[in-house]
Write a protein that binds this ligand. Structure first.
Ligand SMILES: [Zn+2]
Ligand SMILES: [Zn+2]
Ligand SMILES: [Zn+2]
Length: 411
């Protein structure tokens, strides 16, 4: 793991040098900060949404900017754009170890909410002891690890309801195994002038955000389902992996890819934007973490940057914990995504998915994950991920007052 991260770090220095030329430049680039009022009423410069920060190619096509109403009713400006779906400045993988003696530098990592582990051959060999469950046995008599090495195996295993024949498999994917054989792009709507919300939200049904490299920062990987099926949904050293719905997406932040740290000293670099438009910076630890006095969402306001988040350590299997900004209302609506509704999560506003998840025999997280990957209230994709019919999923979902799936969420 170490050598790869170093290689990536040096690669991103080149990118940084290129970015530094554009960020905050005097020419016609978008303004780098706007004045805003934070929740406590104090004014500070807010590091705003800037397309200049993204890697070349991370945004596909044009960025459409328009007036929008945010989830708390605030008027703002929102950018609608499409991300490329594959990191622009690093190669994905490696993921699973080939054999039970494969060293760390030839494989990825695994994190399960309790820790981050090099996904070495010996980690695979030791799984039954590590998880105290004798049903783990992920390798053959010759020491070859069971890896999903075909598209069929990947599609059967890289989903919350793992096909039983892929129990005891280390799961990995490739871009060429995705249904269309190419990266899965995603269109997102992000406030360019973020606004603090009256309360935090877990933005159910939405991803946490996007990286400057053009990939989705997904919610938690469904670890209980993964481990329950005796699989390991391997991550590469950059904390990402493939599934057939989001393509390559990130669950843990290890510092890969395009970074922006030209703004201020004493801060970790920015690597992405949350769905509420606030920047997300790399994790901080130790004394810096104590000094930072982060709020419940891992955010704080600093004089040079305004409000921003620091990502959780990858071991948490959740890049962020919650969002403190208002979310963009989806113009096309999302019947399944309470994150698009006013006041969303943490009780109130959006539909309660607990009953639906129970009906389907899955966790709320799994349901959220699947729904988060089905834009615009279309249940087909979510149903595919969950391995059930769209009709069954729709039947289990809470009914909206107006019965419509395509309309904007109710206020
Ligand atoms: Zn900037
Ligand atoms: Zn995932
Ligand atoms: Zn900070």
């Amino acid at each position: 793991m170490k050598s790869r991260v170093l290689a990536i770090a040096s690669a991103s220095l080149v990118v940084l040098a290129l970015l530094a030329a554009s960020c905050g430049g005097s020419s016609n680039s978008s303004s780098s900060s706007t004045s805003s009022t934070s929740a406590d009423g104090s004014s500070s410069a807010q590091h705003a949404f800037e397309t200049d920060h993204f890697a070349k190619g991370a945004i596909v096509g044009d960025v459409a900017t328009a007036d929008c109403t945010l989830s708390g009713g605030s008027a703002s400006t929102c950018a609608t754009f499409t991300i490329s779906g594959l990191p622009e400045t690093y190669s994905t993988g490696p993921f699973c170890p080939a054999t039970i003696t494969t060293p760390a530098d030839q494989a990825g990592i695994w994190f399960d909410g309790n820790g981050t582990y090099d996904l070495t051959g010996s980690f695979i060999k030791n799984l039954s002891t590590f998880y105290n469950d004798s049903q783990w046995h992920m390798y053959d008599d010759l020491g070859k690890v069971n890896v999903t090495d075909t598209q069929e195996a990947f599609l059967g295993a890289a989903r919350p309801n793992v096909d039983p024949k892929y129990q005891n498999y280390c799961v990995e994917g490739r871009v060429e195994w995705l249904t269309n054989g190419e990266p899965i792009t995603k269109t997102v709507v992000i406030p360019t002038t973020p606004v603090r919300a009256s309360r935090s939200t877990t933005a159910d049904g939405l991803d946490w955000g996007i990286t400057l490299d053009g990939i989705v920062i997904a919610k938690s990987a469904p670890v209980n389902a993964i481990l329950g099926a005796h699989t390991i949904a391997s991550f590469d050293d950059c904390g990402g992996h493939f599934n057939n719905v989001e393509g390559y997406h990130m669950h843990g932040v290890t510092g890969c890819g395009t970074l922006d740290d030209d703004h201020i000293t004493g801060e970790t670099a920015m690597f992405g934007y949350a769905m509420d438009g606030y920047p997300i910076h790399l994790p901080i630890s130790g004394d810096d973490l104590k000094a930072a006095d982060l709020d419940e969402c891992g955010g704080h306001s600093t004089p040079g940057l305004g409000y921003h988040y620091h990502a959780n350590d990858p071991s948490k299997n959740s890049v962020l914990t919650c969002l403190n900004g208002e979310l963009a209302m989806s113009t096309s609506g999302n019947g399944a995504g309470p994150g698009n509704g006013q006041g969303a999560p943490n009780g109130g506003g959006g539909p309660d998915l607990t009953a639906a998840a129970a009906k389907l025999g899955i966790t709320v997280h799994q349901l959220e994950d699947a729904l988060g990957q089905s834009p615009n209230g279309d249940f087909t994709t979510a149903a595919n991920i969950l391995g059930i019919s769209a009709a069954d999923l729709e039947a289990a979902m809470p009914k909206r007052p107006d019965g419509a799936n395509g309309a904007p969420a109710p206020n």
